[in-house]
Design a protein around this ligand. Structure first.
Ligand code: 15L
Length: 276
């Protein structure tokens, strides 16, 4: 694809923290955007953008919003651990609506997956993009499902996807774990821009962390193919955050941290090898 996408880009979850930031950043690139979220858009709608309030459960509206789009940046859905019934509609059925639009429009999907799809890997591991999914809750499970749905539509229909396994995307890192997992807003914006602009992405995974020297966990993704290198780093925050840990061994053992400890009821830790 050339500098500006030839067709409009649909951005879901536009009213969330990351969606608002991306709406601004993508509009600044001169892109034509269709913004949507179940919540009202709290900012002035950028030039060349429109906003439509929609529930991801509402397949008709999502289908209409996707008409003529060349790419879908799918940030929408529940973004934290919640009971299964709350995840089901937006993250499971909603994702199906997104992929049906992508198939019909031959649009590329950039999917906000999450590190929580692999959250029960231990922090002592170094895992590649093709590691096994070890979701740490219903939210992480919905992200693994989303990635699997993307693979289905790639093999069966040729729909291209990039799955962004986002770490901790926030204005600044906020605890010791985030010294590894932090993804800056500008690094995410540049990543999404590359995902849409890259000539071809196939069906790819990217670990969403900035250039943090403590990020020793996530390896071997498609960043070279996409043409993305994170430039920001959590390292300057190490002095103030290195001691900001919890006293919960489950949180500190696993990559997914506090999401792993929600509803955790094992009496002894699981063995590191799943199949033994
Ligand atoms: C996520 O996927 C969540 O959306 C966010 O709230 C953080 O918890 C983040 O992961 C993280 O793991 O730090």
């Amino acid at each position: 694809m050339s500098d500006k996408p030839a067709k409009p880009v649909l951005l879901t979850g536009a009213s969330g923290a990351l969606g608002r930031m991306l709406a601004k950043a993508l509009a600044a690139e001169g892109w034509t955007l269709r913004l949507t979220d179940i919540a009202p858009f709290p900012d002035p709608v950028p030039p060349r953008a429109s906003f439509t309030s929609a529930d991801l459960n509402d397949g008709m509206t999502i289908s209409r919003l996707g008409e003529g789009c060349g790419a879908i940046v799918h940030m929408g859905g529940v973004s934290v651990e919640r009971p299964f019934e709350e995840i089901l509609g937006p993250n499971i059925r909603g994702l199906y609506h997104i992929y049906e639009v992508a198939r019909r429009e031959k649009a590329r999907v950039v999917f906000a997956s999450s590190n929580h799809s692999v959250g029960f890997h231990e922090r002592t591991e170094a895992i590649a993009a093709d590691t096994q999914f070890l979701p740490d809750g219903y939210y992480g499970l919905s992200k693994a499902y989303g990635e699997l749905m993307g693979r289905l539509y790639w093999f069966k229909n040729g729909v291209e996807s990039v799955f962004l396994r986002i770490g901790s995307c926030a204005p600044e890192p906020y605890n010791a774990r985030a010294l590894a997992t932090w993804l800056s807003y500008p690094d995410l914006a540049r990543l999404v821009i590359r995902c849409v602009r890259a000539d071809s992405v196939g069906c790819s995974v990217i670990w969403g962390a900035s250039n943090n020297s403590r990020m020793t966990w996530w390896r071997n993704d498609a960043r070279d193919r996409i043409g993305w290198r994170p430039v920001d780093s959590a390292d300057p925050f190490a002095g103030q955050l290195a001691g900001k840990v919890t006293d919960d061994p489950v949180i500190e053992r696993y990559m997914g941290a506090d999401f792993c400890s929600i509803g955790y009821s094992r009496e002894t830790p699981a063995p590191q090898q799943l199949f033994e």
